[in-house]
Design a protein around this ligand. Structure first.
Ligand SMILES: Cc1ncc(COP(=O)(O)O)c(C=O)c1O
Length: 367
């Protein structure tokens, strides 16, 4: 059986009839940048995340970067985050003028370990960027308590966490501001690149809205230098259509994750991910740990099952961060996880038959 890691075609073909007439209308009106569709989506996403403001942008990377630029970092200012994330998290910190400082992760949830934060704080520390990795919120109460004690801000990297909840509160509403990605493969994915910031802070929202549009306060009047970081109408319109389906897609992801758990329970050589009791995860990725990971990947591929690695090399071991001089052993938990992690296919359209087949193959390979 051929099972792709991700099946975007299935989702898109089901929505084509809804999206194309709206795109035709946008083509006819030629209102491509900003406008009613962008404003409408911003309102919808703000209410979904129970925040006052949503600023739609052209990527999750810009969402993170603009939040950090708006908060204001001076050269040498430090921002604490994790090494097991997509590089966009730390690119945003560096490109906003700061320096990423890594701390290790919890071995069971794979999110930032709050017990590691205080040791990493210096007089130059300005904030913390926890990543809700694979759609599971980080331990926000503990992180926020430490941040308060040291007068630091907390910015959520919620790029993988659409509709996730922490103690009943939505991801995106748990810190000073949050960044979301609508990269096509995300739980809420555009038909191209897009992203958004959510926040309750009016000043931050206004600055980010300005930053996305060359620092303009009105046409050709610039309060500061900014960027071209806008979300276009075609993407916003597609996102509004998809947003209506997101609760039902997320429920399907949660059901599939639960099926994986049932079928893979007690399988020797395989460790299931743990969901912290405070969390209702978005189930963006279902990531197990297996012995001899690379052999398992190959054996699954031979059976037609495509898997993913998120992520194979922690950021502190990347060539891009060689200048930080962080040797092997700096973050033992993140490093050990990177060797064993394996992402299994997880998307709403996945069938029971496919899940059973994947689990049967895993049992055969690991047995
Ligand atoms: C954890 C994390 N942070 C940031 C990003 C960046 O988002 P984008 O690809 O929309 O720029 C992504 C998505 O790729 C991500 O998974």
């Amino acid at each position: 059986m051929n099972i792709p890691f991700l099946d975007l075609k299935a989702q898109n073909s089901a929505l084509k009839a809804e999206i194309l007439p709206i795109w035709a209308e946008i083509l006819d009106s030629a209102a491509f940048i900003g406008g009613a569709y962008v404003t409408a989506f911003e309102g919808e996403f703000a209410s979904l995340t129970r925040t006052r403001y949503c600023i739609a942008l052209n990527s999750g990377t810009d969402a993170l970067r603009f939040i950090l630029l708006a908060l204001g970092l001076n050269p040498g200012d430090e921002v604490i985050t994790v090494p097991n994330t997509f590089i966009a998290t730390t690119e945003a910190i560096s490109q906003a003028g700061g320096r990423p400082i890594f701390v290790d992760i919890d071995p069971e949830t794979y999110t930032l370990d709050p017990g590691e934060i205080e040791e990493a704080i210096t007089p130059r520390t300005k904030g913390i960027v926890p990543v809700h990795l694979y759609g599971q919120p980080a331990a926000m109460d503990a992180i926020t308590a430490i941040a308060k004690k040291h007068n630091l801000w907390v910015v959520e990297d919620a790029c993988q966490a659409h509709l996730a909840e922490y103690k009943g509160r939505p991801a995106g509403s748990l810190g000073r501001a949050a960044a979301f990605s609508f990269y096509p493969g995300k739980n809420l994915g555009a038909c191209g690149d897009a992203g958004a910031v959510t926040t309750d802070d009016p000043e931050l929202a206004a600055t980010i809205a300005m930053l996305r549009d060359h620092g303009q306060i009105r046409k050709y009047y610039h309060a500061r230098e900014g960027y071209n970081g806008r979300c276009d109408a075609l993407q916003a319109a597609a996102l509004s259509v998809k947003l209506k389906h997101l609760p039902q897609w997320t429920a399907a992801r949660r059901r599939h994750a639960q099926r994986y758990r049932e079928l893979l329970r007690n399988l020797p050589g395989l460790t299931l991910p743990r969901t912290a009791p405070d969390n209702l995860p978005a189930c963006h990725l279902f990531v197990v740990q297996v012995d001899n990971r690379d052999l398992v990947v190959e054996a699954l591929a031979e059976k037609g099952i495509t898997t993913g690695l998120h992520y194979p090399l922690p950021l502190h071991r990347q060539e891009a961060y060689a200048h930080l001089h962080l040797p092997v052993g700096s973050f033992p938990v993140a490093e050990a996880c990177a060797e064993r992690l394996l992402s299994l296919p997880l998307y709403p359209e996945l069938s029971e038959e496919q899940i059973v087949f994947i689990c049967d193959c895993l049992k055969e390979i690991l047995g």
